[in-house]
Design a protein around this ligand. Structure first.
Ligand code: GDP
Length: 332
């Protein structure tokens, strides 16, 4: 039977979640397709060697005709839109590109689906984010943000993602599409880029331990985040598309920790009890507007999707430090 396998199309295959999701869907027996951007994309080779089973298309979220072509060839049952300019700090430096890719890119993908799926069968996942809430300074739900909380984004990234969230909801309501948002709180792991604070810390801790680096420069240490493990979160994405009814879900751990607490655990992992001599503050890593505390309430996802997490906060720090020690020790 030619169509026995389910087919999925991923945008954002070069990012952290794209990698986790490609592996997860492949193990589930999916035929996996992904788009990759630009001529000579330096990450293409790495994607091809790590995911030989993924069929790649040259396409760009800002170029709708390329998305239509990808849809026509892949004919996916499920589309996961993970592609974005995804770094909050960077979005202040390039707000317009962030708007075009992270915001309007969602509309381009939804339209590409609508134009190529006359039977309205394709299921669409939009990677929405806790950055849309903007921190507890703006609203203070007791147990953390839920699917019902109000939004107050604090960066061009958050604003663009909020557009993506609403246009997804709008296409669901207007065209009866199975289009959902996962509102994911920070999720980290061994695939996280070093531009994000968790991986920047675990990579530096490993290098300091091995004598490859003397210290670490960071911005503000007081912000708190609800940090989970990315591998657990891609399972939640998939579960959302397996439901009978399209609905939005928060994925979070229900715990929040400061950057200082992350530093405590990461340095302890390599036997350093006091990290203060190693950490310097540099205003270059501070943001024009900061999100103070993020805390999510995953009750709906736990109850309705049966979503659970395998990795807790100490487990996350440990696995990231161990991974970076292994990688960095090859450079000795
Ligand atoms: P975000 O929550 O999506 O912005 O994820 P990040 O990992 O980029 O940032 C998490 C928090 O760490 C934010 O409050 C940042 O301001 C803070 N932070 C402090 N120092 C740094 C740094 O050197 N790099 C990054 N990326 N964030 C930092």
């Amino acid at each position: 039977m030619a169509d026995a396998k389910k087919r999925a199309l991923i945008t954002g295959i070069t990012g952290q979640d794209g990698g986790h999701l490609a592996g997860f869907l492949h193990e589930k027996g999916y035929e996996v397709f992904a788009i990759i951007r630009g001529q000579h994309n330096p990450r293409r080779e790495a994607v091809v060697s790590e995911f030989p089973y993924v069929t790649l298309f040259d396409a760009d979220l800002t170029d709708q005709s390329s998305l239509i072509r990808a849809m026509q060839v892949a004919r996916p049952h499920e589309v996961y839109n993970l592609g974005a300019i995804s770094h909050v700090g960077y979005s202040f430096k390039d707000p317009q590109l962030t708007n075009d890719v992270t915001g309007k890119g969602v509309l381009n993908m939804l339209e590409a689906i609508r134009l190529t799926d006359p039977e309205n069968k394709v299921k669409f996942y939009q990677a929405s984010t806790s950055e849309m809430f903007g921190g507890l300074e703006y609203n203070r739900p007791e147990k953390g943000y839920t699917e019902e909380s109000s939004f107050h984004p604090r960066s061009p990234y958050g604003v663009a993602k909020l557009y993506g969230y609403w246009i997804t909801k709008n296409y669901r309501e207007s065209y009866d599409m199975f289009a959902v948002s996962g509102i994911l709180f920070n999720h980290e792991g061994e695939r996280r880029g070093v531009e994000f604070v968790t991986r920047k810390i675990t990579n530096a801790v490993a290098r300091i331990k091995l004598g490859l680096q003397d210290d670490l420069e960071l911005g503000d240490l007081w912000p708190k985040r609800d940090w989970g493990y990315a591998g657990d979160y891609v399972r939640g994405m998939w579960l959302m598309l397996q439901q009978d009814k399209p609905e939005d879900y928060v994925l979070a751990t229900g715990e929040t920790h400061s950057i200082g607490e992350f530093l405590d655990l990461a340095f302890k992992e390599v036997g350093i009890d006091d990290w203060k001599p190693y950490v310097k503050q540099n205003p270059a890593f501070m943001r024009p507007a900061e999100v103070d505390v993020l805390l999510g309430d995953p009750t709906k996802a736990e109850k309705e999707l049966g979503w659970t997490r395998d990795v807790d906060f100490p487990g996350l720090v440990k696995l990231m430090v161990e991974h970076d020690l292994a990688i960095e020790s090859t450079k000795l």
